[in-house]
Design a protein around this ligand. Structure first.
Ligand code: 3PG
Length: 197
């Protein structure tokens, strides 16, 4: 969460897109790459992207221990989930893999704290109330740090990153779907990598 201000949320439709996309993002300064397990290409894409020097590749949209196992077999270095369930959290803790679960309310955070977690994805960030909602939620949980994701883009990422409990934001805007326009993606990544105040 401290390696770059933005974690690209990536959907890979064709495995051939994976390496050029990862190379462009890393060249632009975004080394931490979240590949969502929403397409058949996701697992081979994770394995391929890991060969890109400098890339730290994890799996997103992991929702249960079976998917965790697939993600780890593919070589995922971290795990992101849209929510927080005890079975998945315990499996991630057991596997000693960095885990960023989604939270959207105080009870979610309290369940995470009970499991020993302190770092959370605030999801879906804009639909769940935006920055005012996270400020209100973070107030009683001063020990927690956040990666808001969902509805964040170049126009509002800076406001989120200016709130100290926000270590980074997640977003798909730096990795548009389809065949990668590597020049454009590197430019988007370079802009994003300079966003932390
Ligand atoms: C997602 O669900 O794909 C992520 O939350 C990314 O959301 P975004 O497309 O709004 O950046």
């Amino acid at each position: 969460m401290r390696m770059a201000p933005v974690i690209p949320v990536i959907v890979v439709d064709e495995v051939e897109h994976a390496v050029p996309l990862a190379e462009a993002l890393v060249a632009g300064g975004l080394r931490v790459l979240e590949v969502t397990m929403r397409t058949p290409a996701a697992l081979p894409a994770i394995a391929a992207m890991k060969q890109v020097p400098g890339a730290v590749v994890g799996a997103g949209t992991v929702t249960n221990p079976d998917e965790l196992e697939d993600a780890l077999t593919a070589g995922s270095e971290f795990i992101v989930s849209p929510g927080l369930t005890e079975p998945l959290a315990r499996a991630c803790i057991g596997a000693q893999v960095p885990f960023l679960p989604g939270i959207a309310n105080a009870s979610d955070i309290m369940r995470g704290l009970d499991l020993g977690l302190r770092h959370f994805k605030f999801f879906p960030a804009m639909a769940a109330g935006g920055l005012p909602a996270l400020k209100a939620l973070a107030a009683p949980f001063g020990q927690c740090l956040f990666c808001p994701t969902g509805g964040i883009g170049p126009d509002n990422a800076g406001e989120w990153l200016a709130f100290p409990p926000v270590l980074c934001v997640g977003g798909s805007w730096v990795a548009p779907r389809g065949a990668p326009d590597t020049h454009k993606i590197e430019t988007l990544a370079r802009e994003a990598s300079g966003m932390r105040p």
